[in-house]
Design a protein around this ligand. Structure first.
Ligand SMILES: Nc1ncnc2c1ncn2[C@@H]1O[C@H](COP(=O)(O)OP(=O)(O)OP(=O)(O)O)[C@@H](O)[C@H]1O
Ligand SMILES: [Mg+2]
Length: 389
């Protein structure tokens, strides 16, 4: 990929160049000292596949000119680097044809991720050959803990397993998954992306999400029920497939109302985790839900039952649940009222608040089932925990 960096600030331009050349395979970088008025000349002279523009003053006011310059150079992708970009600026820049907006000075990982996305659309070989794994969490009854587990599991996969993870909140009417692990208010949501499907690409998806940490993002649920009803299954399918092409794991938080959108999402999932608790009302609904999922043709292997809020003195045992549902319980998560309430009330992931809490340990066990080889190599208290199972 031929990359040109244009900036009025030579030292900063060289910092970006150094970041780009850390992964030099197939990259050549040209530097051009200049500003907005020099864009066309810089592109004519250096003929880049990708133009990185740094240091524009009053970026919003320059987007019109930028759009015109880029229109004269079709096929050149453009990334803007500017200080503290707002979500409004981000969307306006996307509309002007910019592929990505990165905060200044850019972070090497973010720059690399951005280049990876652009390389794949320029037809370059993507390092990721396997699509990401799609995992859906579904409550068997309201309040099972599906959203809490989905959001916290996604965070754990990103921070402890170093995976690139996206969480899609498909609770169309009352989704609140982002609040479980972040204090950021979503500026954009699923309804915004579905309303802009002709422009859907990795950059738009990325710009529409909350970034909890650099390798974990959340696409929030629609902000109103009116907007949720307009969402079509084929739109959600396109978003899930795009996310799977871009991330290692796509975690879906779905509602138990098996409408067309949820069914399309479940069809695409590699695994479905129905979440229930150990009381009769939950088990009754679990039986009905799992029966429905089986009648849709989903194999037992695809279904991984999670029993949440387990107590030692529960009247009903795991064996009773397995007999009733005709499925093995894949994971049992203990009740941990105090730690979970603190996590939920603060919007801070439980593994961040309390790494050794029983719920954190259970989420690690779930991750272990996805990475059995790496788990076996671990040592220390985590290794001992794995060794117990
Ligand atoms: N292991 C646990 N220990 C203690 N409390 C828990 C545990 N798991 C979840 N909770 C509590 O249960 C509450 C409800 O969980 P959550 O919102 O995830 O349920 P849900 O299954 O997604 O429900 P809904 O049907 O509304 O989508 C959480 O706010 C949390 O306080
Ligand atoms: Mg929920």
């Amino acid at each position: 990929m031929k990359i040109t960096i244009i900036s009025s600030d030579q030292p900063r331009m060289e910092i970006i160049e150094q970041m780009l050349l850390k992964v030099p395979a197939g990259r050549s970088v040209a530097l051009y000292l200049g500003g907005m008025n020099d864009l066309s000349v810089a592109m004519d002279q250096t003929k880049p596949d990708l133009l990185i523009i740094d240091g524009l003053i009053d970026v919003a006011a320059q987007l019109g000119g930028l759009e015109t310059a880029m229109a004269c150079h079709p096929g050149v992708a453009c990334v803007l680097v500017c200080s503290a970009p707002s979500s409004e600026l981000l969307m306006a820049a996307m509309r002007a044809g910019v592929r990505d907006v990165l905060p200044s000075p850019p972070d090497a990982a973010a720059l690399d991720a951005s280049l990876g996305r652009i390389a794949s659309t320029l037809g370059e070989a993507s390092p990721q050959v396997q699509p990401g794994k799609i995992m859906a969490f579904i409550p068997c009854k309201g309040g099972s803990g599906a959203t809490f587990l989905a959001a916290n599991f996604a965070y754990l996969l990103a921070t402890e397993e170093k995976q690139r993870v996206v969480l899609l909140d498909l609770n169309l009417n009352f989704g609140d998954a982002s609040l479980f692990v972040s204090d950021q208010l979503p500026q954009m949501n699923l309804a915004d992306v579905c309303g802009d499907m002709t422009r859907l690409d990795a950059s738009l998806l990325d710009a529409s999400m909350i970034h909890v940490v650099h390798n974990f993002s959340i696409l929030a649920a629609p902000d109103s029920i009116e907007r949720a009803v307009a969402i079509r299954p084929e739109q959600v399918e396109a978003i899930i497939k795009l996310a799977a092409a871009e991330y290692d794991f796509v975690i879906l938080d779905v509602s138990r109302d098996l409408g067309p959108v949820v069914l399309r999402a479940l069809d695409l999932a590699d695994r479905i985790f129905p979440v229930l608790q150990l009381t009769l009302p939950f088990i009754r609904d679990a039986k009905r839900l799992i029966g429905a999922l089986k009648s849709l043709g989903y194999s037992d292997d695809k279904l991984g039952v999670i029993v949440n809020r387990l107590e030692h003195n529960d009247d009903i045992g795991l064996a009773d649940v397995e007999r009733t549902l005709g499925l093995k319980v894949m994971l049992a998560v203990a009740n941990s009222f105090k730690a979970v309430s603190a996590s939920v009330n603060q919007g801070v992931p439980i593994v961040m608040l309390d790494k050794k809490n029983t719920v954190s340990m259970s989420l690690r066990l779930l991750a272990r089932q996805l990475f059995p080889a790496t788990a076996a190599r671990r040592s220390g208290w985590l290794g001992q925990l794995f060794g117990m199972v």
